[in-house]
Design a protein around this ligand. Structure first.
Ligand SMILES: *[C@@H]1O[C@H](CO)[C@@H](O)[C@H](O)[C@H]1NC(C)=O
Length: 294
């Protein structure tokens, strides 16, 4: 017979079960921009709202702009809520990425390629390890990213790098050290975001040019909380490595539900994947083996 104590126990076990279920990264906490970030260039092209809880980047024919995190991080979960430039955004690129600052750098990129009014944005992702990139994947989004805020995030631990759009994994880069592929683990990264003109390549391969009569192009941001192990730029490891939530077992791989979502994104929205580009890579890079399993 179930006493109320047993019920409570059962309930808490069930709750624990849901808490320990794989990834969906923790809910963002709202903090002002200045707590964790600072402008990188063209300071006057960044506008602040609600005490800095929301900001806008402006791009006009004179300049784009960008910002970066004050701290450097080794592993964590890094997210940003972004509303992309509405209307005619052809030729523009909005980026959110992590990058180390050294020569043989590591980098994890989200790049949103603008388009003519009513035409879809492309989301391009890339991963650089030890200075080597050329790992582009491109997808269409399943919503209009200019209408509402959507969350774009990266989970980075010793086991995997996962790109999420609204908690749906769109790409996984597994640690393939066993296959001889470098994986970012000892070079702290800063977070960056920027909005700039790239009409030499961004939209339909550079055919569509930026229409400056539509300027300024405006990207809006919120969610400036950072979940990462802060380390000095020169650090080679993080003091709490292995102990933070993003290091734990349930974040070391996707769960069955997340694999299904990733496959859904793959099947429905992929435009380009370097892993299947035989013209570019007659011999495919080693990590592609892991990508193919998806
Ligand atoms: C822009 O729209 C065209 C036409 O729908 C499409 O071919 C292209 O992939 C879209 N995105 C970019 C960034 O070029």
């Amino acid at each position: 017979m179930a006493s109320s104590q047993q019920c409570t126990l059962l309930l808490s076990i069930m709750l624990m079960g849901s808490v320990t279920m794989a990834a969906p990264p923790k809910r963002p906490v709202s903090v002002p921009f200045g707590r964790n970030y600072m402008p990188t260039w063209a300071f006057d092209h960044i506008k602040y709202f609600n005490g800095g809880n929301e900001i806008q980047l402006h791009l006009d024919k004179y300049t784009g702009t960008g910002f970066q995190s004050k701290g450097s991080y080794l592993f964590g979960h890094f997210h940003m809520q972004i509303k992309l430039p509405p209307g005619d955004s052809a030729g523009t690129v909005t980026a959110f990425y992590l990058s180390s600052t050294n020569a043989e750098h590591d980098e994890i990129d989200f790049e949103f390629l603008g388009n003519r009014t009513g035409q879809p944005f492309i989301l391009q992702t890339n991963v650089f390890t030890g200075g080597k990139g050329d790992r582009e994947q491109r997808i269409f989004l399943w919503f209009d990213p200019t209408k509402e805020y959507h969350s774009y995030s990266v989970l980075w631990n010793l086991y995997q790098i996962v790109f999420f759009v609204d908690d749906i994994p769109i790409r996984v880069f597994k640690n393939s050290k066993d296959l001889g592929v470098k994986f970012p683990f000892n070079q702290p990264m800063k977070l960056y975001s920027s909005l700039w003109n790239a009409d030499d390549w961004a939209t339909r391969g550079g055919l569509e040019k930026t229409d400056w009569s539509k300027a300024p192009f405006v990207a809006t941001y919120r969610g400036f909380h950072i979940d990462g192990c802060e380390a000095s730029v020169q650090a080679r490891f993080c003091a709490t490595q292995g102990k933070r939530w993003w290091d734990q077992k349930e974040f070391q791989d996707l769960d069955a539900y997340q694999w299904r979502r990733l496959r859904w994104v793959r099947q429905r929205f992929t435009i380009y994947n370097y892993c299947t580009d035989r013209t570019r890579y007659p011999t495919l890079p080693a990590e592609v083996q892991r990508d193919r399993d998806i």
